[in-house]
Write a protein that binds this ligand. Structure first.
Ligand code: SF4
Length: 405
């Protein structure tokens, strides 16, 4: 056990909070490789440079590491049911059908997984082969999240993506053959994108009738190529027009805008992501994966080693955790609000005490101030942002930064 990681007994000591019950638990599995690194991407994804196409990354060694990582994590989640699984990346759809089957078998062998658990896999066009996706479905993946980003080949090129518009369409057609539940990820405010081009992308996406849409504003994140060499992107007025149009158009097409960037047909919200936003628990395994785990009197966060090679070595040696710390009672109100306020309808008021183990009194002052400023709805039964609150979400969240711990 590394010196910065404590055995589970330490988490069961008396602490600063009292949770009435442990929250729902999800599992996140990170797959850290992509064919090519996109210039806007700040995820933990690495180009693999071996020979021989998609098998050039060390699949077996990585699957061994994931199993060993999961085995080591079990004492922290002993006896808890897992409700959702999300296999993200990177590009997990690069994995072979046999590899994915082994991963899900390992998870099922080690964890009590709900019989109807939502099991999502991220997939990128350019990796879609009909037979492989049929087998992914057979192994138990029941939801795909497809990284389309755009249908416009020029924009896809500017984003450094390996697929073009035709491949994006083909990928969706293959997905539709085997999966009734899938999400399309698109971005807007792309380099030199016009409002009409953004509208064409969203119209094309809606034309496929996806149960879920994720529509993200392109951001130039630190430590990316785009941050170093910024492309020309639409001005603020144009990107605000895009956002307004997206909200109207998706509503007209029957999608509920239930989170900042997420739109769903009835009963098709992403259960895994909802658990994050409702401040549920998640165990993250794989390179650089983050975890949030609750114990009766404390909440801890963990990060696995980020570089795939280092992760595989440390997982094999018995501890892949690079950093582990307890969330202080003082930070919990802000952390809770950072998530809950992303939801358009917010959360029932009691969720705060249920998930943080703190009394509502801790929130009384900033809550009253936010209601007074018109940023939160005036409803004692819910904590939910108003339209103004959604527009100034960062300011609203920041009001909970100084809540006394
Ligand atoms: S495909 Fe996705 S995860 Fe991979 S580099 Fe591009 S944006 Fe990042």
């Amino acid at each position: 056990m590394s010196p910065n990681v404590l055995p589970v007994q330490n988490f069961l000591r008396p602490g600063q909070i009292r949770l009435p019950a442990l929250p729902p638990l999800s599992l996140y599995v990170h797959f850290p490789w992509c064919v090519r690194k996109c210039p806007y991407c700040d995820f933990n994804s690495h180009e693999f440079k071996g020979e021989g196409g998609s098998q050039a990354f060390p699949e077996t060694m990585y699957l061994d590491a994931l199993r060993s990582d999961l085995e080591q994590a079990l004492p922290n989640i002993w006896g808890r049911q897992v409700h959702t699984v999300f296999i993200g990346g990177g590009t997990p759809s690069l994995m072979s059908a046999d590899g994915l089957d082994r991963l899900l078998s390992d998870i099922r062998a080690l964890l009590p997984l709900d019989a109807d658990a939502e099991i999502t896999m991220e997939a990128n066009p350019g990796t879609f082969e009909a037979e492989k996706f049929r087998r992914f479905r057979e192994s138990g993946v029941n939801r795909l999240s497809i990284g389309i980003q755009s249908f416009n080949s020029e924009h896809l090129k500017a984003l450094g993506r390996i697929h073009d518009g035709d491949e994006a369409r083909r990928a969706i057609e293959i997905a539709q053959t085997h999966f009734d539940n899938f999400n399309l990820d698109l971005m807007f405010a792309l380099p030199r994108q016009t409002l009409a081009q953004c509208q064409a992308d969203v119209e094309t996406a809606i034309g496929f009738a996806p149960p879920h849409l994720s529509l993200y504003h392109l951001t130039l994140e630190p430590n990316t190529q785009f941050h170093k060499y910024p492309p020309v992107v639409p001005d603020e007025d144009t990107s605000a027009d895009m956002q307004d149009w997206i909200i109207e158009r998706t509503a007209a097409a029957g999608y509920a805008h239930y989170e900042v960037s997420a739109y769903a047909k009835p009963n098709r919200q992403a259960k895994h992501n909802l658990n994050y936003w409702q401040f549920g628990d998640y165990l993250g395994i794989g390179a650089g994966a983050h975890s949030k785990l609750s114990f009766p009197e404390r909440i801890i966060r963990q990060i696995r080693h980020k570089h795939p090679q280092r992760y595989m070595e440390t997982a094999a040696a018995g501890n892949a955790i690079q950093d582990e710390n307890e969330v202080s009672a003082r930070d919990l109100p802000f952390e809770f609000m950072l998530n809950a306020l992303r939801l358009t309808d917010g959360v029932p008021t009691e969720t705060f005490a249920d998930r943080t183990g703190l009394p509502m009194a801790k929130l009384a002052k900033p809550l009253a101030e936010a209601v007074e400023k018109g940023l939160l709805v005036r409803d004692p039964g819910r904590i939910a942002p108003t339209e103004l609150g959604q527009r100034f979400l960062n300011d609203l969240q920041a009001m909970f930064l100084l809540a006394p711990g």
